[in-house]
Design a protein around this ligand. Structure first.
Ligand code: SAH
Length: 213
């Protein structure tokens, strides 16, 4: 796999579009300027890598739209020492963006085929999340909890309680909530029992499903 001047040029243009659409976080935009999205696309769709759209990947899932990746990453406000849990590894593109912001990334995928495929890709690209595993992200990952940040990249009808419990006090979770259409939602843990909830823009995600397959 190669990153060529052609792809770098297309990527710069995409980042400019994201700025025009309102993304302001320079750390996020800088990382997205560095990460070659075409590495994470289905080979038949590689020419669309720098279009601002979601595309199919294996197991009937999608690689998120770049605007959505930027929007979620911006709301997450990741610092370089933050421990981050991502639910829904998918193609691994969002994981790669998170790894540009902090080395402490844990990521879960429930589709075994996709998990295996993306594991090979991470190895090939030298990307090293602290942990990438096959499991049900509805349950979070208790062993490494609590987390400073949790990012859910699939739609949930309501927020999974296990995930709220695995946030540090002061920690934040970004999760799209809703059935056919979702509101991007940010939970901030104020104390052992209190959470702030903020609602942002509307999006459409593939569903967060329970159990493994
Ligand atoms: N960040 C990914 C998004 C992929 S789409 C990317 O940009 O490529 C959402 C992903 O969440 C899918 O891969 C889907 O299989 C996964 N998913 C759905 N429910 C899940 C669950 N309960 N646990 C872990 N992953 C889940």
């Amino acid at each position: 796999m190669e990153d060529t001047p052609k792809y770098q040029g297309l990527r710069k243009q995409l980042i400019e579009q994201l700025r025009e659409k309102g993304i302001q976080d320079n750390a996020v935009l800088e990382v997205m300027t560095q990460v070659p999205r075409h590495f994470f696309m289905d080979p038949s769709l590689i020419n669309f890598a720098y279009e601002d759209n979601a595309y199919p990947i294996a197991a009937d899932q999608t690689i998120s739209q770049p605007y959505t990746v930027a929007y979620q990453s911006q709301l997450l406000e990741v610092g370089p020492t933050d421990k981050v849990l991502e639910i829904g590894t998918g193609s691994g593109y969002q994981t790669a963006v998170l790894l540009g912001l902090t080395p402490h990334v844990y990521t879960i995928e429930r589709q075994q085929l996709l998990y295996k495929k993306t594991q090979r890709l991470f190895t090939q690209l030298g990307l090293r999340p602290k942990k990438h595993f096959f499991g049900d992200g509805y349950l979070g990952f208790e062993q490494s909890a609590p987390y400073d940040r949790i990012l859910v990249t699939a739609a949930a009808p309501e927020v999974p309680k296990a995930l709220l419990n695995q946030l540090k006090v002061g920690g934040k979770m970004i999760i799209p909530i809703g059935e056919n259409e979702q509101f991007m939602t940010r939970f901030t843990r104020k104390s052992a029992t209190a959470f702030d909830k903020e609602k942002f823009g509307r999006f459409r995600f593939v569903p967060l499903l329970q159990n493994k397959s």
